[in-house]
Design a protein around this ligand. Structure first.
Ligand code: SOE
Length: 402
């Protein structure tokens, strides 16, 4: 905390999509919630001096720099907010924690389990000195998701039997979409699996309170070569003379796996960027012995709840409009029925982060919970590589004699 005791001076590294979403939340959170500390948007960092200067002005940061090490070392920075691609999460977080800063790190925590373990250990060490850390799985902070968790925790679903989770996008269906950083393993760690699969892994572990204990997976890369981005650098460009330079896609386009959770439930997970027509369709359905819940991020103000204890004539999936003051986070916003959006999940995330840091509590999800996600991601990759549970099915015609 700063000398002006209720101020948290934030330094953010990265200013693209997540940087913009976090900036919106830092700008808004203290205007909406009465909190024991105020976030001050002190410094934003990015590699390109002109672009980061423009971003500072557009997003509302007091200063800008191209050197994240300077940001981490500054005595007038209390919080380091990491909004960069996964290949720099560990380096920045380790330096920030060693400098005694509070850290908010975007998901997934890291590109490997080894990095995630190192970050988790560093967070534990830094905690003793008062630093707090959190991983940015923002969908936990959608009110309907928090309500889902409450219903499960209150026993309204009974014993959990099934978890059914999918996260469907389609932004790279066009084979001419360029080879951006999310499609390169050395930068992103994995493809749809780590980028959007991580969300449904964390969300279902959070909602059920149970971890995934084992998986059996398949992954696929449908388009294996893509045009290099116009400003690409450092990529080995393959050209056949006439056509544009291309590069190899080194990550999964889609990952599908079955899983078991601690309580014995069976689960299915699908993360894909090739669900043509689905833009940001995170969907979770949980079936229990006493009822079910169903959530769709593209209808994030709603939760469907089937209460199997009600009289048979009244049963069905009841649509709850999650906009009441009694619902998680909603008391700060508008009257019932005046819906909120994707960006509000980040404001809720900053609310919880600021309150925890200001009171010395431990923010969630912790780096340990984020490591648990990383372990599932790693298990999915290993299972897909091994293919151990895969049983071939022969074509019928091959078995019918002529
Ligand atoms: C991928 O396009 C992406 O931006 C993810 O990286 C985010 O985590 C998700 O919230 C939206 O989609």
């Amino acid at each position: 905390m700063s000398t002006n005791d209720n101020e948290l001076r934030v330094g953010m590294v990265g200013y693209a999509f997540m940087g913009a979403a976090h900036s919106q939340a830092w700008r808004t959170v203290n205007r909406v919630y009465d909190l024991p500390a105020r976030a001050r948007m002190k410094l934003v960092c990015g590699r390109d001096p002109e672009k980061v200067a423009e971003a500072a002005d557009r997003l509302g940061w007091e200063e800008h720099t191209t050197d994240w090490r300077e940001l981490v070392a500054r005595p007038d920075i209390d919080v380091v907010d990491i909004c960069t691609p996964g290949d720099s999460h560990a380096e920045i977080a380790l330096a920030a924690l060693a400098a005694g800063k509070h850290v908010l790190c975007e998901k997934p925590l890291a590109n490997t389990v080894a990095e995630a373990r190192e970050m988790t250990a560093a967070a534990a060490t830094a905690r003793a000195g008062g630093a707090r850390s959190m991983c940015g799985f923002n969908y936990r902070r959608v009110p309907a998701v928090a309500l889902m968790r409450q219903l499960v925790a209150d026993g309204r679903l009974g014993e959990i039997r099934h978890v059914r989770a999918s996260y469907l996008q389609d932004w790279i269906v066009d084979p001419l979409f360029p080879l951006v950083w999310r499609l390169r393993k050395e930068v992103s760690g994995s493809g749809a699996l780590g980028d959007i699969g991580a969300h449904i892994i964390d969300l279902t572990q959070y909602v059920t309170g149970q971890r995934i204990t084992g998986v059996s997976a398949v992954t696929e890369t449908f388009v294996k070569e893509r045009p290099l981005p116009s400003e690409s650098s450092g990529l080995a460009a393959q050209t056949d003379g006439g056509s544009a330079a291309t590069g190899p896609v080194t990550v999964d386009d889609a990952a599908i796996f079955v899983a078991r959770l601690e309580g014995g439930s069976l689960a299915t997970y699908e993360a894909t960027r090739f669900a043509t027509g689905r833009k940001n369709a995170l969907r979770v359905e949980i079936n229990g012995s006493l009822g079910s819940v169903a959530f769709d991020l593209e209808r994030l103000n709603e939760l469907e709840f089937h209460d199997a204890t009600r009289p048979a004539a009244e049963q069905g999936f009841n649509r709850i409009l999650v906009t009441e003051a009694e619902h998680p986070y909603l008391s700060a916003w508008w009257p019932p029925g005046h819906i909120i959006g994707y960006e509000h999940s980040f404001t809720h995330q900053m609310r919880d982060f600021i309150e925890a840091v200001a009171t010395g509590a431990d923010p969630t999800p912790s780096f340990v919970e984020a490591l648990q996600v990383q372990l599932v991601l790693d298990a999915v990759v290993r299972s897909a590589e091994l293919g151990s549970s895969w049983t071939e099915v022969e074509p019928a015609l091959a078995t019918v004699s002529a």
